[in-house]
Design a protein around this ligand. Structure first.
Ligand SMILES: NC(=O)c1ccc[n+]([C@@H]2O[C@H](COP(=O)([O-])OP(=O)(O)OC[C@H]3O[C@@H](n4cnc5c(N)ncnc54)[C@H](OP(=O)(O)O)[C@@H]3O)[C@@H](O)[C@H]2O)c1
Length: 315
């Protein structure tokens, strides 16, 4: 029987009075057919929180899989938590509502649980998601500030189709001023985080201000070497009878964060959902890991992609 206090069913209260399932499924999956099967498998494994983005180019496929899950019965829309993100080329305030509505239409939904500004970097406005000059340099848009974009995001909440708004790929340098000036405070901040990049300062700020910290790449994006092969994680996994992935995901939830993981097979979806609480001593051991490694530079440039290394894929 489902027990609400089990780690895999944990929900975190948002500053809008609703809650977000801590275990989230990320849809950064390049292949369209695989997006549908992986989203369906995640739903069947028990995931109810889905993270999308216009940039991923597969909102339609995610939407189809979610609609099929809803239509098959047993799952109601309000049991799902669906997020998508505003891309860099849509930061101009007049582009925000149309971009939001286009995402909603592609997903086939009537409202979104969360809409994030994907990165704090505005690119040249337009339909080209990756505008470059003749030398291949990204064309940024100096004509719009992050606060301008945030004000347009606040309007979406006022109009009722978007329940919460937040930021992604920010450091405290961007987060603090938006937090101070916001009429509607960010509900969620999504950043890369795992034991090799704990982002403790951002987490502390979020906890102090009632913002949910949402970790992407909690398995270190599957990079090897990486957190999945850290000797501390391997030793704990052997001791508690769980897999290294389950140890990493449990640690993230137990430190009070939500997370996004991307299993692409049904077996891995079941594995990644089947987490249980680690003893305090194991959490302490993980918190003492000294290795530091950032796997995604998007936070520095707004240009997406994992740093190619070992098995890590570009994205
Ligand atoms: N805001 C942003 O800029 C941003 C950037 C990146 C990602 N994200 C979001 O975060 C989500 C998660 O990111 P991520 O893909 O890095 O997540 P992740 O879960 O840390 O890494 C996924 C990788 O781990 C492997 N994996 C999954 N389950 C495993 C298991 N049980 N054991 C061993 N390896 C396993 C997968 O391998 P296989 O593919 O072989 O199954 C895949 O290579 C994305 O889908 C996206 O929604 C956001």
């Amino acid at each position: 029987m489902r027990e609400e206090n089990e780690l895999r069913f944990r929900k975190i209260l948002l500053n809008n009075g609703r809650d977000i399932p801590a275990l989230g499924f990320g849809t950064l999956i390049p292949d369209a057919a695989e997006t549908i099967t992986a989203t369906r498998d995640a739903l069947e494994a028990g995931f109810r929180h889905f993270d999308c983005a216009e940039r991923y180019g597969n909102e339609r496929e995610v939407g189809r899989a979610l609609q099929a899950g809803l239509a098959a019965g047993g799952i109601a829309r309000d049991e799902l938590f669906v997020t998508t993100k505003l891309w860099n080329s849509n930061h101009r305030p007049e582009r925000v509502e149309p971009a939001f509505q286009a995402s909603l239409d592609r997903l086939g939904l009537k409202y979104l649980d969360l809409y994030l500004i994907h990165t704090p970097y505005a690119f040249q406005p337009g339909d080209d998601q990756d505008p470059r000059d003749q030398n291949g340099n990204v064309l940024y848009d100096p004509g719009v500030t992050l606060l301008d974009t945030w004000r347009a995001m606040e309007n979406l909440v006022d109009h009722g189709k978007c329940r919460a708004i937040g930021l992604s790929d920010v450091s405290l340098n961007e987060l603090k001023p938006i937090y101070e000036s916001a009429r509607i405070k960010p509900a969620v901040v999504q950043v890369e985080s795992h034991p090799h990049l704990p982002e403790t300062e951002v987490l502390e700020f979020c906890k102090e201000k009632g913002i949910v910290f949402l970790a992407f790449a909690p398995l270190g994006h599957g990079a090897r070497p990486g957190p999945l092969e850290d000797p501390v994680i391997l030793a704990i996994a052997a001791r508690v009878g769980k897999t290294p992935a389950q140890v990493l995901l449990a640690w993230a939830v137990q430190r009070g964060t939500a997370l996004l993981t991307t299993p692409r097979s049904a077996n891995r979806a079941r594995e990644n959902f089947d987490i249980s609480a680690l003893p305090e001593s194991a959490l302490d051991e993980i918190n003492r890991i000294q290795t530091r490694q950032r796997l995604n530079e998007v936070v520095k440039t707004g240009i997406p992609g994992f740093i190619p290394q070992g098995k890590a894929r570009g994205a």
